[in-house]
Design a protein around this ligand. Structure first.
Ligand SMILES: Cc1cc2nc3c(=O)[nH]c(=O)nc-3n(C[C@H](O)[C@H](O)[C@H](O)COP(=O)(O)O)c2cc1C
Length: 138
């Protein structure tokens, strides 16, 4: 059974290039093996990540990610059964989420994933992917 999971978290310290590179390296290795795909949005002191795959694999990965001390306030926004992957081509893509991005600011001045509905969070995510040229890590 395929599922799509969305969560938000906050890095404990500043996000450095090394941190991001390490996450993407781990994602590339593990996610390919476990047939997980998704997108990681980063910026404005937040991580917003979508994980898609078999339910058991997604659960295991989410538990590992939750236990990672590099971030906190990990909050599950959505977990839904799906028939098709939306991000099937990416083991993990990186998209920058920034309040300074004029597109984000114009359309969504008060976007806060901790209070937004999952529907709104997915909507923003789609816009970011469309306008934000994701860095692919296939
Ligand atoms: C925001 C965030 C997203 C992450 N995404 C993934 C991921 O998609 N896949 C993955 O394997 N690890 C991911 N990680 C890393 C895991 O938390 C964990 O460090 C890693 O899976 C452990 O790998 P290791 O046992 O090889 O050290 C992420 C970590 C953070 C902070």
């Amino acid at each position: 059974m395929l599922v799509r999971l969305l969560y938000v978290s906050q890095p404990v310290g500043p996000i450095t290039t090394t941190t991001t590179t390490l996450i993407l390296e781990k994602s590339s290795a593990h996610n390919k093996k476990e047939n997980i795909t998704g997108v990681l949005c980063q910026g404005s002191g937040l991580w917003l990540q979508v994980l898609e795959g078999e339910r058991s694999q997604v659960n295991l990965l989410y538990a590992r990610i939750m236990a990672d001390r590099i971030h906190h306030n990990v909050e599950l926004l959505s977990m839904e059964e799906i028939t098709h992957r939306r991000f099937g081509q990416w083991s993990m893509a990186l998209v920058y989420l920034s309040k300074d991005d004029p597109m984000v600011q114009m359309a969504h001045p008060e976007f806060d994933p901790y209070t937004a509905s999952a529907k709104d969070a997915f909507f923003i995510l789609d816009e970011l992917i469309k306008t934000g040229s994701p860095i692919l890590n296939t």
